[in-house]
Design a protein around this ligand. Structure first.
Ligand code: LCS
Length: 414
């Protein structure tokens, strides 16, 4: 006799990445869900069309409002984030703006962390004030700072953790508790972790957003975003900002992300393992003055490992002990790395936040947010880690050779 011990066991997140949201046996039994590449859906008759618009009958209407391929992705993300529902968006920025603008209006106040992705900062610092929404930026290191920023019209708290690009880790339990104590909506950008390494709902966070362009898709061929929250909040987001402003995800992009998600678990494991090795190599190198990676005991975020984060992720920031010109020469001297923004791809990427991803900040704002001019950010890819380390090593050797004058011309390897 076989005893089924698994009867009531919830599937592991690794399994959810592959199976959640899929209708087994549907669509002629296709193993891989088909792509519903359609803009609109045919009604059987006029009465059915009217009933669907009135919300009296379930069913698809028009892809800006919903699509079966996109829906499968939304169900999967909701399962992974342990939320009731999710909404797929055209870009990560559509997820950030959609989550904020669905609930904020003129006269409201938002508390945000100072260090966030450059375009999120631009949205908060340049766009929201135009629409009458006030924003206070704080370090968000402790509850006293949150209390000091609180105003009678405060409605929401927004943060990213770990922070892009200096990997600073914020305390989700503190943010969740402060928000619920004061009746505020908490929104966390979980892009750097993926739901496999961090589930903010465990700490009372209300809304989680991702740039799905990064780890969720993982293959550098899609720009997309997702928002996960309660069924009620997702309904509001879909029926207001997504419907009327229109930042909906294309079904083709949803299909690619569904494919990417099947390997999220093995990819994240490799990203974390390799990034740890690379971070340790960087920390031991005489040309590196500082390494920002939560997997290193020297990093501020290390104490959150195992408590808030199930891994340290695949992004590392570091500072070269040298001039800005040397920093640029170092970036140019890498060969395996691609000089590119974005992160979470199979390919290792290298970029300079001050002049690239975080250029919407003024220099003063950047320094205030803990993002130095000399910071270099790498996204550790899925190549063999010995090749990644060897590439960084030869680029450091090039800088040393420049200093000893044995190399006098600019790098010409590319
Ligand atoms: N949130 C975070 C934490 C991000 O890093 C990004 C993009 C976004 C939101 C926006 O997502 P998107 O609209 O691009 O899908 N971060 C980028 C980066 O670090 N390099 O290039 C883009």
């Amino acid at each position: 006799m076989t005893i089924n011990n698994n009867k009531n066991k919830a599937p592991h997140p690794d399994t959810l990445c592959i199976h959640a949201g899929k209708e087994k046996g549907a669509h002629h039994g296709a193993l891989t869900s088909p792509l519903f590449q359609t803009s609109t859906f045919i009604f059987e008759n006029a009465a059915q069309g009217a009933a669907r618009f009135a919300g009296e009958e379930p069913g698809y209407i028009y892809t800006r409002l919903g699509n079966p391929t996109t829906r499968e992705l939304e169900i999967k993300i909701a399962a992974l984030e342990k939320m009731e529902d999710a909404a797929a968006t055209a870009t990560g920025m559509a997820a950030v703006s959609g989550a904020l603008l669905s609930f904020l209006e003129a006269g409201d106040h938002l508390i945000a962390s100072k260090a966030i992705y450059g375009c999120s900062f631009a949205l908060l610092n340049h766009q929201l004030p135009k629409w009458g929404i006030e924003v206070t930026f704080i370090d968000m290191d402790n509850v006293e700072e949150l209390n000091a920023a609180l105003q009678p019209n405060t409605k929401m708290v927004f943060a990213e953790t770990p922070v892009n690009p200096n990997l600073k880790v914020l305390d989700l339990a503190m943010i969740g508790k402060f928000s619920s104590d004061h009746g505020l909506i908490s929104v966390i950008d979980n892009t750097f972790m993926s739901p496999l390494l961090q589930t903010p709902v465990d700490f009372g966070i209300d809304i989680v957003i991702h740039s799905a362009t990064k780890y969720l898709n993982g293959h550098g061929d899609v720009i997309a975003g997702v928002i996960a929250s309660s069924a009620e909040k997702i309904e509001t987001i879909k029926l207001t900002i997504l419907k009327d402003v229109g930042g909906t995800m294309s079904p083709h992009d949803a299909w690619l992300i569904l494919r990417g998600l099947k390997t999220l678990s093995v990819r994240m494991e490799r990203h974390c393992q390799s990034a740890q090795t690379v971070a340790e190599f960087l920390e031991g190198h005489p040309l590196v003055s500082k390494v920002y990676y939560p997997g290193l005991p020297s990093h501020q975020g290390y104490s959150f490992l195992g408590k808030q984060m199930r891994g340290a992720g695949g992004v590392i920031g570091f500072e070269l002990d040298g001039t800005i010109d040397e920093g640029q020469a170092f970036i140019d001297a890498t060969q395996l790395f691609s000089i590119a923004v974005s992160l979470g791809d199979a390919e290792s990427l290298i970029q300079h936040p001050a002049s690239m991803t975080h250029s919407p900040y003024t220099q003063e704002e950047r320094l205030e947010a803990g993002i130095s001019d000399g910071l270099i950010r790498i996204s550790v890819g899925l190549e063999n880690v010995s090749d990644i380390v060897a590439d960084l090593k030869q680029a450091f050797d090039y800088i040393l050779a420049l200093r000893s004058d044995s190399v006098s011309t600019a790098v010409s390897w590319r």
